[in-house]
Design a protein around this ligand. Structure first.
Ligand code: CAA
Length: 261
């Protein structure tokens, strides 16, 4: 499939999605978000792909929703369209993909860009990454999950300060606060993201899906319910051929060959 606002390609077993509007710091126009969704659906449907990466360029992952697109909009337009979820094809695909999606962030991840990174399963940050919800500076507020996911990720005090003041967080603070899983030197980000996604892609796909689901349940339910869900999912891995192979390979001191069954 050919895209105008992103580059999407299979790199081995990894679905690589690069936001590609460098002239606008990858601002999330409707067209771009739509294309991200189409690429996610394409990779989700492709049996050869086991994980995905969304990335930007050295200067920006994405500097937010496209302010030039939004400038002339009225309440009624956004409300009736359910903006930014009028790009259901994009945000919904990101929120519901079963294959893990890693955000590889260098430079600015602001507003909707920070929200898109947080909607991924985890964030690998270049040492140049800067995260923020600066919507307050332009008289609006986060609209694609910023007040919710940031608060769950880093707690009320920091999330409240960031959303109320628009202050940016550098990579070190983001790692300390638990927003990102790791910091990587900027010139190694692409290689490391491919390596991590490639590792996940080689593991048992049904088990990968179960783990992703189980971790996400922690955000939606009580501890007791979550623990029960986890035990049921754990037991169900024993219905897979991959669990048999994984444990047998361990006992036989060899590498497992997972069949995704
Ligand atoms: N929308 C549209 N265009 C944007 C943009 C955005 N969010 N962010 C940057 N651009 C454009 C600039 O207008 C500029 O284009 P021109 O050359 O045509 O003027 C180009 O990208 C380069 O940007 P700057 O010249 O501003 O670059 P800089 O290095 O001086 O500053 C920056 C970088 C601090 C990130 C600055 O661009 C900035 O503050 N951007 C806006 C960040 C923002 O407010 N994001 C939140 C958007 S609202 C939102 O996201 C709502 C939501 O939750 C759904």
């Amino acid at each position: 499939m050919s895209y105008q606002n992103i580059i999407a390609e299979a790199r081995g077993a990894v679905g690589w999605i690069q936001l590609n509007r460098p002239e606008a710091l990858n601002a999330l126009s409707n067209a771009l978000v739509s294309e991200v969704g189409q690429a996610i659906e394409q990779f989700q449907a492709d049996d050869n792909i086991g994980a995905m990466v969304i990335t930007g360029n050295a200067k920006a992952f994405a500097a937010g929703a496209d302010i030039k697109d939004m400038e002339g909009q009225e309440f009624i337009d956004l409300f009736l369209a359910d903006f930014p979820y009028n790009r259901r094809d994009g945000w919904d695909s990101l929120n519901t993909a079963r294959k893990p999606i890693i955000a590889a962030v260098a430079g600015f991840a602001l507003g909707g860009g920070c929200e898109m990174a947080m909607a991924c399963d985890f964030i690998l940050a270049a040492d140049t990454a800067k995260f923020g919800q600066p919507e307050i500076n332009i008289g609006t507020m986060p609209g694609a999950g910023g007040t919710q996911r940031l608060t769950k990720a880093i707690g009320k005090a920091k999330a409240m300060e960031m959303c109320l003041t628009g202050r940016m967080m550098d990579a070190e603070e983001a790692e300390r606060a638990g927003l990102v899983s790791r910091i990587i030197p900027a010139d190694q980000l692409e290689e490391e993201a491919l390596k991590v996604a490639g590792k996940i892609a080689k593991l048992s796909r049904p088990t990968v899906y179960m783990i992703k689901e189980a971790v996400n349940v922690a955000f939606e339910t009580s501890l007791q319910e979550g623990l029960r869900f986890e035990r049921r999912a754990f037991a169900s891995t024993f219905a897979t051929a991959d669990q048999k192979e994984g444990m047998k390979a361990f006992v036989e001191k060899r590498k497992p060959e997972f069949k995704n069954r």
